[in-house]
Design a protein around this ligand. Structure first.
Ligand code: ADP
Length: 243
C-alpha cells in the first residue's frame, strides 16, 4: 500500500536520513520511535513533500514517484492521498473549527460547501467537538485544537494519515484525551504513521513499531518484539530510559 525505498535527506552537510526503507500495509498503524534528532519528523515530512527528499522512491497506492525528481503534479497526487496532523496543530487561526475542517474538503477535494459542512460536522461530532464548531482555535484548549486537527485529517478520507508527534505540544493532562481520539482513528482501520514519544500508546495501538536512530531504521517489529524482546543494543538502551 505504501512503500518507501532508500530515502535519503541531508540539510547542508548534515545527513539526516541515511537510507530509510519502510513498507506499510493497508489499515496498518505504524509508530516511529527513537531519540530526538534521529530524523523521525523529517522522514514523515518527506513522505508528504513538506520536505524534499534527496533520493529514494515512494509508492502510495497506484502512484510511484522518484523522490529525486518529483514533478509538481505527482506531488499534488501524493498529497491528495495523505493527510498530516502537526505537532502544533497547524490550524488557521482566523477560521473556526468547522471552517478549518471544511477548508481541505472545499479547496482540495472540490466538495460543495453544504456537503463539506455536513461531513465536517459529522467528523467534529465524532471527535466530541460538535458544540465547539464555531469556536476559533484561540478559544479552544490545546487538546481540543489537536482534535480539530485530527478531524480535519479524517474528514479528507485519505489513504494514510501522518501524525507528527501529535501530543508533544500538549500539557500532560490533555495528552490522554488526544491519544484516545487517535486510538479511535486507528480502530476505524485508517492506515496511519505516527511519530511519537508515548511508548505505552505505541505499544497499545501499533501493528508495527519502527525504532530509528542516527537517520536509520535500527530495528522494526511488532510491539511485542520491540518492547518486550528488542534485539539491538541501541533499542534496549533507548527503551530503558522509559522504565
Ligand atoms: P526527530 O523527529 O527524530 O527529533 P528531526 O527529523 O526533527 O528528528 O531532525 C533530525 C535532524 O535534522 C536534527 O539534527 C535537526 O536539527 C535537523 N533538521 C531538521 N529540520 C531541519 C531543517 N529544516 N534545516 C536544518 N536542519 C534540520
Amino acid at each position: 500500500m505504501i512503500e518507501i525505498t532508500n530515502l535519503k535527506k541531508s540539510f547542508g552537510k548534515h545527513e539526516v536520513l541515511k537510507d530509510v526503507s519502510l513498507k506499510i500495509k493497508k489499515g496498518e498503524v505504524v509508530t516511529i520511535i527513537g531519540p530526538s534528532g534521529s530524523g523521525k519528523t523529517t522522514f514523515l515530512r518527506c513522505i508528504n513533500f513538506l520536505e524534499k527528499a534527496d533520493d529514494g522512491k515512494l509508492t502510495i497506492g497506484d502512484i510511484s514517484v522518484d523522490l529525486k525528481k518529483t514533478k509538481k503534479k505527482e506531488i499534488l497526487n501524493v498529497r491528495r492521498k495523505t493527510a498530516f496532523v502537526f505537532q502544533n496543530y497547524g490550524l488557521f487561526s482566523h477560521k473556526t473549527a468547522i471552517q478549518n475542517v471544511m477548508e481541505g474538503l472545499v479547496v482540495v477535494k472540490k466538495i460543495p460547501r453544504d456537503e463539506a459542512k455536513r461531513i465536517g460536522e459529522n467528523v467534529l461530532d465524532w471527535v466530541g467537538l460538535l458544540d465547539k464548531k464555531d469556536y476559533y482555535p484561540s478559544q479552544l484548549s490545546g487538546g481540543q485544537q489537536q482534535r480539530v486537527g485530527i478531524a480535519r485529517a479524517v474528514a479528507l478520507d485519505p489513504e494514510v494519515i501522518l501524525f507528527d508527534e501529535p501530543t508533544s505540544a500538549l500539557d500532560p493532562e490533555l495528552v490522554g484525551e488526544t491519544l484516545d481520539v487517535i486510538k479511535k482513528v486507528a480502530k476505524k482501520g485508517i492506515t496511519m504513521v505516527v511519530v511519537t514519544h508515548e511508548m505505552a500508546f505505541a505499544e497499545e495501538v501499533s501493528n508495527k513499531v519502527i525504532f530509528m536512530d542516527g537517520g536509520k531504521v535500527v530495528e522494526e517489529g511488532t510491539p511485542k518484539e520491540i518492547f518486550m524482546r528488542p534485539k539491538e543494543e541501541r533499542t534496549k538502551e533507548f527503551l530503558s530510559r522509559f522504565i
